[in-house]
Design a binder for this molecule. Structure first.
Ligand code: FAD
Length: 165
């Protein structure tokens, strides 16, 4: 199985499949101690960031950067999100956070790639979940398990076929 997130197309290429996988890079900053009592997840859609409770702390995240797999992170993007959060949330202390950049594995139609390699049908692909890979991971695992067992997946996999592009 190839489930290597944003790196998966490089492996699929070795099997003769050219898949239009890109990475939408995202950034966040995690503050170990919440500086105010956040009771729910906050989304600021017009400004492209969210604020979430993480254990005792807070996370400010968002951004989409088309920078590929090799460009170094540009943490100014994380800093911009924190600055915006501080403008909206007067009780928020923007000091002492840890910055992070991650790779969302995205394809043009925003549907994952789930199915067998064209020239090696023992190989199953499961990648390309974009912004929703955590949410969709359990469902994808069930589909892939059914494929690997030679069973019938609970939903049709036509829309997710690797050769749809
Ligand atoms: C800032 C940000 C916020 C996000 N927020 C959410 C959210 O709120 N909800 C949500 O559902 N999703 C969210 N996502 C998206 C989610 O993180 C991804 O969709 C998900 O991580 C994809 O899972 P994956 O297992 O396919 O890839 P990854 O999590 O990237 O895992 C792939 C793994 O494969 C490994 N690998 C690569 N090449 C090889 C190789 N040759 N051999 C062996 N291993 C290899 C990598 O090291 C990596 O560990 C967010 C992403 C970002 C960046």
């Amino acid at each position: 199985m190839i489930a290597a997130g944003a790196w998966s197309h490089r492996l699929a290429r070795m099997l003769g499949d050219r898949l239009p996988l890109e990475t939408e890079r995202g950034y966040n900053t995690t503050f170990p101690q919440a500086s105010f009592d956040l009771r729910t997840h906050l989304t600021f859609p017009a400004h492209g960031f969210v604020v979430t409770r993480i254990g005792e702390g807070l996370r400010v995240g968002g951004a989409v950067e088309l920078g590929g797999l090799d460009l170094p992170p540009d943490y100014r993007r994380a800093a911009i999100l924190v600055k915006k959060a501080a403008e909206f949330l007067p009780g928020f202390d923007p000091q002492g956070g840890t910055q992070w950049m991650g790779f969302r594995p995205s394809v043009p139609d925003s549907l994952p790639v789930i199915g067998r390699a064209k020239r090696a049908d023992r190989v199953i692909y499961a990648f390309g979940h974009g912004h929703l890979g955590l949410t969709q991971s359990a469902g994808t695992a069930e589909l892939v398990a059914a494929l690997a067992d030679g069973g019938v997946p609970e939903i049709a996999l036509e829309r997710f076929r690797p050769d749809r592009f």
